[in-house]
Write a protein that binds this ligand. Structure first.
Ligand code: ADP
Length: 551
């Protein structure tokens, strides 16, 4: 028997409809790419997004066509976003931090027809335009006066693009499972893969992300998403803020400490979100200028683990609550959230800190478990670690054009329908998950797993160590054994024995690195994470002393 309630498809155009109906005068403030701060409202954004839909239709864009943006967080990006999604086109956010050739590959793979771009990225467009096979129109997100002077034909200013179009347009009216957004994973292994969000998956993600124990925003909040819209939908904030009527502050191209600080204070921001590197820059600025955060209440941090120093600084020095979040592009992107349970509030401060450094508990709509290589579930005792697999309405089932398919249906799932996150984790009895490694970085010694991250976290505490990385190196008896690679602090020369002595008693005996080597610089990847691929390449012929002995 079916229920007797109304059919109301979960499509994201309804979010901006609601913002226009309920919060039309709520402000959206942008540090424009041209320079000045600009101010608009959800009501204006709604009307101009409708103009975008009409302009796209006039250019022949049909439902299902891909419309790309190469853009910062700004009000115009938001208009293009809802304008494309509202009419049933697919908004493809392209990450401008990728190499130009990768950007060209992704745009061709997605078969994008129209490309909206910020003028900052005009040099990239000029470089790759000859390679782009499907783009017919390049729209610079600016007015005619600021149009870049380049050699690419068909550059049109956004203000001219939408000018004269009606401020009303048909939105929605399609199935909630219709594709809505496209975002490629960074492709550190193989070609990038497209994650194709649906209206339903994005709308459910936004509702889940704004529960009170997740972001918990309301109409009295002012929200600054420093995390870019090209980074998995700005962690759903581009949907969450208009849905709840929060004032939205868009940082444009300037994500440095002083610029972010200025917006936090002048716009009276209460909630913000970004990766740890952004917060390191802000905290440095606060210390250098002896400044305070006078309105900020909560900061969401994710993308990589929250460093302990960042957690302590925000909470203890500046009185701002840290919300540790874990997720990935394939999860729309939030999976777990580090808000504390009553048991944790009752604990002493050092226990709280340990808990907050964990990646958090599954948000509603996310099911997760840890399994071994044979697929057997591991206990939630906070010690056993296994591959972290997830399920939910906002988790990818397949990649665009069936990339990385694992079954005949084109899906990228395990046999039991779970998605393998590629992370290795523990889950404790209270449900807090902690990442211990990326699956490809875990060291498999005699059939048991050693967490490279755990050893690294301790090793950076040893005297004279600036940065530490642990990789598995081939071993005739144990398959792999850990090699600890150290970048010393300037002028320091920590020895192998000193470092091993420091680790003694902190990690299990059989986790002890078999050797320690010093390097001038540990290579970092495009997102600032240690580039283990490069290290494994560099040390692929390395023979451990213990390996010689075993032979
Ligand atoms: P994002 O763009 O948010 O970094 P990606 O899909 O590119 O998402 O990368 C996701 C991966 O980033 C995760 O699988 C995990 O390895 C890592 N990650 C994300 N958040 C955290 C976190 N809070 N702590 C540790 N690792 C994290």
């Amino acid at each position: 028997m079916l229920g007797l309630m109304q059919d109301w498809q979960l499509t994201v155009d309804k979010i901006l409809d609601h913002a226009n109906a309920s919060f039309p005068r709520r402000e959206v403030v942008t540090r424009s790419v041209e320079g000045p701060i600009s101010r608009t409202t959800y009501g204006n954004i709604y009307r101009r997004a409708k103009q975008v839909s009409n302009a796209l239709r006039e250019r022949g864009i049909k439902p299902g066509d891909r419309v790309a943006t190469l853009a910062w967080n700004t009000e115009r990006h938001l208009e293009a976003w809802y304008g494309a999604m509202g009419m049933g086109a697919v908004l493809h956010t392209v990450n401008p931090r990728l190499f130009p050739d990768q950007i060209a590959w992704i745009i061709n793979h997605a078969e994008d027809k129209i490309l909206f771009f910020d003028t900052t990225f005009a040099p990239i467009i000029e470089k790759i335009a000859p390679q782009l096979k499907t783009v017919t129109t390049y729209v610079a997100l600016t007015d005619r006066d600021h149009l870049p002077k380049g050699t690419v034909p068909h550059f049109v200013a956004y203000e001219d693009f939408i000018h004269g179009h009606a401020q009303d347009a048909q939105w929605g009216g399609f199935d909630e499972n219709t594709a809505c957004g496209l975002c490629y994973t960074s492709g550190t292994t193989g070609d990038p893969k497209g994650v194709l969000y649906s209206h339903r998956s994005n709308l459910l993600q936004a509702m889940a992300a704004n529960q009170s124990d997740v972001f918990g925003c309301g109409a009295n909040d002012t929200v600054l998403p420093v995390v870019p819209m090209f980074h998995a939908n700005a962690w759903a904030i581009a949907f969450v803020a208009p849905m709840c009527g929060a004032k939205l502050v868009m940082p444009g191209a300037k994500l440095d400490g002083p610029s972010v600080y200025e917006l936090l204070e002048t716009e009276k921001v209460t909630f913000t979100a970004a990766v740890p590197t952004v917060w390191l820059m802000l905290l440095n600025h606060l210390r250098e200028t002896n400044s305070k955060l006078t309105t900020l209440k909560r900061v969401a941090i994710g993308g990589s683990a929250v460093p302990e120093a960042v957690l302590r600084a925000f909470e203890d020095d500046y009185g701002v609550e840290v919300i540790h979040a874990w997720g990935m592009t394939e999860m729309s992107p939030i999976g777990t959230i580090g808000k504390m349970l009553p048991e944790s509030y009752a604990a002493d401060r050092e226990t709280q800190i340990k808990t907050k450094l964990k990646q958090g508990r599954a948000m509603f709509t996310v099911e997760m478990k840890i399994i071994d290589d044979a697929g057997v579930e591991k206990p939630h005792d906070g010690k056993a670690f296994g591959r972290l697999v997830v399920k939910g309405p906002s988790v990818a089932r397949a990649y665009f054009k069936n990339a990385g398919a694992r079954n005949e249906k084109g899906e990228c799932l395990e046999a039991d329908g779970y998605f393998d996150t590629g992370d290795v984790a523990t889950i404790d009895p209270l449900g807090y998950m902690q990442i211990t490694d990326r699956a490809k970085d875990v060291i498999k010694s005699g059939g048991e797993w050693i967490s490279s991250i755990d050893i690294e976290n301790f090793a950076v505490g040893a005297e004279g160590v600036a940065c530490a990385a642990v990789i598995g190196v081939a071993h005739p008896k144990w398959d792999e054994r850990p090699l600890l690679i150290i970048e010393p602090k300037p002028g320091a020369q920590p020895t192998r024995d000193q470092v091993l002595k420091y680790l003694d008693g902190k990690i299990a005996k059989w986790w002890m690195p078999d050797d320690v080597v010093l390097v001038e610089k540990i290579p970092l990847g495009a997102t600032g994470k240690i580039n283990k691929l490069a290290l494994r390449e560099q040390f692929k012929d390395y023979t451990l002393p213990s390996a010689q002995a075993a032979e």
